[in-house]
Design a protein around this ligand. Structure first.
Ligand code: FPP
Length: 261
């Protein structure tokens, strides 16, 4: 965890009435925060705009969420950008999202450089258009040496497919003799997920009020605290993020035991 207190205080100046930096304990900031960015289509439709305008507006919220995470000293920020089920959307919307991922990543690379953010992707990238894949690879290459926050973007991600993939990898290792059946344990599975090496999320924030996991990180969210806000993703800002952290800190985490931390 790295945090610049001066920058942090300046970033959270001009607080609204109900929440300020003083409301959170900087000693108990979650290590991994994960985002289900929902409601971008509804945000646009409520304004009489094309759904795509909501996705474009959502990029600004995601940029702010990255900066907020860095300022707070979060170790890992992950975000669900495109699911394995999202291919069912109209082709035009899918194309726009793929193009948006590529153009946004190029545009935001300076932020990653400036803030020492290492990029990572969760999901099967092979199915993405070449333009998007190439830009993602460039992002991975350019940020590989950074040791500040990790930003993990889930694209063409589905949790069941991820777990099935881990099972295939394990089966292959067992078949080749590299892994004994009795050594197939929780760590063996965790180590073969797209999130291998990352801590499980401490806090999951879902926008737009839906009480669903939507095939997102089903394995990794086993003990994650959830914060669901009615705010639509394009309206999600640093203060809503802080409300989520405050809610997280108000929970007693027991991991199935009885001692609350
Ligand atoms: C879910 O809202 C949102 C998406 C499928 C797209 C999320 C993508 C962004 C916010 C842009 C991120 C950009 C980059 C570069 C990662 P929805 O479309 O399901 O909205 P609805 O529930 O209101 O229909």
């Amino acid at each position: 965890m790295q945090r610049d207190i001066q920058k942090l205080k300046a970033y959270f100046a001009d607080a609204p009435a109900d929440i300020s930096l003083d409301d959170v304990d900087l000693e108990r900031i979650p290590s991994h925060v994960s985002l289900i960015m929902d409601g971008t289509g509804r945000w646009a439709q409520a304004r009489g705009l094309d759904r795509s305008r909501g996705h474009v507006a959502g990029v600004d919220s995601l940029r702010e969420a990255v900066t907020t995470s860095v300022r707070l000293g979060i170790d890992v920020l992950s975000a669900y950008a495109f699911s394995t089920e999202n291919w069912k959307r109209p082709q035009r919307e899918v194309n726009l999202l793929m193009h948006l991922f590529a153009t946004t990543l190029v545009k935001e690379l300076p932020l990653f450089h400036q803030e020492n953010v290492r990029l990572r992707f969760l999901g099967d990238l092979d199915a993405l258009p070449k333009e998007t894949r190439d830009v993602f690879q460039r992002g991975l290459d350019e940020t590989a040496g950074y040791d500040g926050m990790t930003f993990a973007l889930a694209v063409n991600y589905g949790s069941r497919a991820e777990i099935a993939r881990a099972a295939r990898l394990i089966a292959a290792d067992v078949a080749s003799g590299a892994l004994a059946p009795e050594d197939v344990d929780v760590d063996a599975i965790s180590g073969r997920l797209y999130t291998a090496g990352l801590p499980d999320p401490d806090l999951l924030i879902r926008t737009s009020g839906e009480l669903r996991l939507s095939n997102y990180l089903l394995w990794q969210l086993a003990y994650t605290e959830m914060y669901v806000t009615d705010t639509l993703w394009p309206d999600f800002d640093r203060w809503e993020y802080l409300r989520g952290v405050r809610a997280f800190q108000g929970r007693g985490r027991r991991y199935g035991g009885v001692v609350s931390s």
